[in-house]
Design a protein around this ligand. Structure first.
Ligand SMILES: C[S@@+](CC[C@H](N)C(=O)[O-])C[C@H]1O[C@@H](n2cnc3c(N)ncnc32)[C@H](O)[C@@H]1O
Ligand SMILES: [Zn+2]
Length: 185
């Protein structure tokens, strides 16, 4: 059984509304305001979770749009061709499935969002809008804290105990589920 593709499923169903200053605003307003407010508030440094990670430099308010996940945009078929074999036996991936059509590949080039690690108790979430993926704070984040979101990785094959072990999570959260894999519907 080969792993065809490793992509992160975004929480796109939650992208309809955003919390801004703790108030719900409609999608169009949130998008306009949030994209305008994309300013660097983060730094890429070594992480206790894994490799490099992304850390808040200033306080970040709950609901703030922090970064866009950028990289080369490609079809799922192309991502499978390029990485299908490479990902066999390795849990490292910089692919993000924005939706059923677009995969964002940040392997060769991409913005700082590609360094954000997974946590089972995340302070951010990834939201898809029109094929773009944004990282939004779901809690207030203090300077120095590492940013994280739930990768919720979905494999094409069954999420067996072996697959879960092969995608270990080292987030250290009290309720860590010990795998980067999410529930498979
Ligand atoms: C997009 S990279 C994130 C940046 C990564 N720390 C690095 O230095 O390359 C995603 C990869 O980082 C690793 N990773 C991220 N979060 C992790 C976690 N909570 N536990 C273990 N490995 C993690 C996995 O190998 C994952 O495929
Ligand atoms: Zn965990």
């Amino acid at each position: 059984m080969t792993q065809q593709k490793k992509t992160r499923s975004s929480t796109r169903k939650k992208a309809k509304k955003h919390l801004k200053n703790n108030k719900l605003v409609n999608k169009a307003t949130a998008k306009k305001t949030a994209v305008k407010k994309l300013v660097p508030k983060v730094a890429v440094r070594n992480s206790p979770i894994h490799g490099r990670g992304v850390f808040a430099v200033t306080a970040i308010a709950r609901g703030a749009r922090i970064l866009e996940y950028t990289g080369e945009r490609m079809t799922h078929a192309k991502a499978d061709r390029l990485y299908g074999d490479l990902h066999d036996g390795s849990s490292h991936t910089m692919l993000f499935a924005a939706n059923d059509k677009v995969v964002i590949d940040a392997t060769k080039r991409g913005g700082p969002a590609r360094w954000i690690n997974h946590s089972c108790a995340p302070n951010c979430e990834a939201n898809e809008e029109d094929g773009r993926v944004f990282i939004d704070a779901i809690r207030a984040i203090k300077p120095g804290q590492e940013l994280s979101y739930d990768y919720n990785l979905v494999l094409e094959e069954r999420h067996t105990a072996k697959q879960k072990r092969e995608h270990p999570c080292h987030c250290g959260a009290r309720k860590c589920r010990h795998t980067l894999l999410g529930d498979k519907r």
